[in-house]
Design a protein. Structure first.
Length: 82
């Protein structure tokens, strides 16, 4: 699994950011059982359904949720590889 390495002091310099690979797994909370499931960034950005590993409920990220997730990641210095 590839994990992005956060650039030291990136919050102080807006010109430094980390490019996040689409293979990175991020925890997503299931809307049914409220447990976290690791899902790849590629699955999320392509809005494919994903299966909760706890309750086997099929979930999908909406366009609004994807927009918020990308915005939050960018605010913290991470940019998605497209």
């Amino acid at each position: 699994m590839n994990q992005p390495l956060r650039a030291e002091y990136a919050h102080q310099d807006d010109h430094i950011s980390t490019i996040m690979s689409e293979r990175v797994l991020v925890p997503i909370t299931c809307q049914h059982c409220k447990m976290d499931t690791d899902v790849s960034v590629a699955t999320l950005t392509q809005q494919h359904p994903f299966l909760c590993e706890h309750c086997y409920q099929i979930n999908r990220l909406s366009s609004a949720e994807l927009h918020v997730m990308v915005g939050v990641l960018e605010r913290f210095g991470y940019h998605l590889k497209r």
